[in-house]
Design a binder for this molecule. Sequence first.
Ligand SMILES: [Zn+2]
Ligand SMILES: [Zn+2]
Length: 175
Amino acid sequence: MNPDTFNAISPYLEDMTLILEDMLQEDSDNAKRLRHALTEISKALGTDFSVDLNVIVQAFSSREQGALPLVQIGLSSDNGDTPYGHSADCTPQRYIVGGDIQVVPRDRCPKCWEDWMNKFEYPICEHCETRLGKDCKVLLDSDLCPFCEAGHVSMQNPICDNCGYEVDLTMVTWG
Ligand SMILES: [Zn+2]
Ligand SMILES: [Zn+2]
């Protein structure tokens, strides 16, 4: 997704995330009944299952025949316990792909949009074989460590002062 498009939609995505989180946890009759139903389903399913209620906002590309999840939020229950909230990390990550800047949620491949977790440890997308460092690079716009997102890294000092991760300078570019 090009950065302008992502910028245009991201305030609405943030809004929807906050509203949905609120709605699922609120004290209204409907929300209480949803949580109650989830708990009862979990009890009936027993210990072999957990049960999720998910709300997903996604963009579907008819050209790529693929969906890009933009917000993923929900409730889960295990063993008949009170449901707890969960959400996927859909924060945006910028990439350079074929000379263009592309933005997708952090856990997605910038090329095929399928899931691509821990891309620094597994630098090849298992769905389209895009290779980090060769076919695309993570575009860092700050000195925040792309691994732990708490420490700092730079071109001169690629070892994170928080987690010790060494940024492979062939996989990233600063812009
Ligand atoms: Zn891919
Ligand atoms: Zn780090």
